[in-house]
Design a protein around this ligand. Structure first.
Ligand SMILES: [Zn+2]
Length: 174
């Protein structure tokens, strides 16, 4: 763990090319969207403080892509970002906030949203499991909000979650 890590990104706008983005990522957490016809990438000066720019692909036509959610000028990414080289940083970006992933994969915050929980519940089947991404898509919500609501409901005994590689699949108990 190093102490240059930041816990927020700073969105610095949208540009059309990667070259245009370069002068806009200076400090750890500086972020720029590259959009040309469609969303291409999110470039983030690595929030770990290593000084590298992370180029996070948003364009499914060019390979595995993250999905960017922009709500009230705050950015979220799904799934989590895991760099498999160099600094190997691993984080969740949620509403401009960085949640560093580590040993406690489960509870990043004390997020609580009873209204959203109530909206989620009818979409969780009793005799089957549903992927929280599907619910997020249906409700037009950020997947992390839905995941954390589902986990809150697991803690309260309303839902169950599969384990291991099938985490993220939920079923209704009552
Ligand atoms: Zn880094």
């Amino acid at each position: 763990m190093n102490d240059r890590r930041v816990t927020q990104i700073s969105p610095n706008g949208t540009v059309t090319t990667r070259d245009d983005a370069r002068p806009l990522t200076v400090a750890a957490g500086d972020a720029v969207i590259v959009e040309r016809g469609c969303l291409r990438s999110l470039i983030v000066r690595c929030p770990c403080g290593c000084g590298d720019d992370l180029v996070i692909n948003l364009d499914r036509r060019t390979g595995p892509a993250w999905r960017l959610y922009s709500r009230k000028s705050k950015l979220s990414l799904s799934p989590s970002y895991w760099r498999d080289s160099a600094c190997e940083c691993h984080f969740i970006l949620w509403k401009n906030r960085i949640y560093w992933c580590g040993y406690y994969d489960n509870d990043y915050n004390d997020y609580s949203n009873p209204a959203l929980e109530a909206g989620i519940l009818p979409h969780v089947p009793k005799d089957d499991f549903v992927d929280y991404h599907v619910i997020a898509e249906t409700l037009d919500e950020i997947p992390w909000d839905v995941l954390w609501c589902c986990r809150n409901m697991v803690n309260r005994g309303l839902l169950s979650e599969k384990a291991g590689k099938e985490r993220g699949l939920f079923s209704r108990i009552s």
